[in-house]
Design a protein around this ligand. Structure first.
Ligand SMILES: [Zn+2]
Length: 231
């Protein structure tokens, strides 16, 4: 995964050191190998994530293994997540960003199209698609507020997902839209969900970053088409 145009290694993926061992020069992996791996990790987590800017002061740095709630717009989530990934420098971590709608579809895919889902039935569902989505990632990031229609299963599915992942000792981030806080009246809210999230730290990065705020103002229809940023 070396960068073909890398000025340091010319695409070989390693550089020579001054040292010699058993008659051969000692080589070290080039930094471009890590950069490429982190880029792939970003793209796997969320399409186009590798091209958003970073915020070196992000409070998300070092939080990849923590359960937390994050108040952020889509743009802000992208900036802070990419920053966290680049700071972590661990391309083997499996990270996924999903919407609440996607998560619910995965949970309900096995329960036909009956809207009245028995929580006990949900508990018994164990399909491969769900495992991939809710269990496999080392860090699962669930964006709330994407699903518009009320569905009584929403908070139940979130609770099941969180409990499943806590059982596996894997981290989950719950991301709330700044104008749709997770409180009574929110489509996903329930007192049971609030109990489940009890004790989770809440980070509010909305408007915290001047660059992100400026971007948001310029582009009211949020998208990830930022200009390329340097690693
Ligand atoms: Zn290189």
């Amino acid at each position: 995964m070396a960068d073909k145009n890398c000025p340091k290694c010319k695409g070989y993926g390693f550089t020579l050191t001054e040292e010699v061992y058993m008659g051969s020069p000692v080589t070290v992996p080039c930094i471009c190998m890590l950069k490429e791996a982190l880029k792939l990790q970003c793209e796997k987590a969320w399409k186009d994530l590798s091209s958003v800017p970073v915020d070196r002061k992000s409070p998300m740095i070092g939080k990849m293994k923590e359960n937390l709630r994050l108040i952020a717009s889509q743009t802000e989530l992208a900036i802070h997540l990419r920053t966290a990934i680049l700071s972590e420098r661990n391309p083997t971590l499996n990270i996924r960003v999903v919407s609440d709608a996607t998560l619910i579809s995965a949970w309900l895919s096995n329960v036909s199209d009956d809207n009245k889902v028995d929580p006990d039935l949900i508990r018994d569902i164990n399909v491969r698609g769900l495992e991939d989505l809710a269990e496999a990632p080392d860090l699962l990031i669930v964006r709330l507020g994407v699903k518009r229609a009320r569905n009584s299963a929403t908070s139940e599915v979130l609770i099941e997902t969180i409990e499943l992942r806590q059982h596996l000792n894997k981290a989950t981030w719950i991301v709330e839209e700044p104008n749709k806080p997770l409180q009574e009246g929110h489509l996903a809210w329930s007192s049971a969900l609030e109990d489940t999230l009890n004790g989770w730290k809440i980070y509010n990065v909305n408007g915290a970053d001047s660059f992100a705020t400026a971007q948001t103002k310029k582009k009211p229809n949020l998208s990830l088409d930022f200009k390329k940023a340097q690693l």
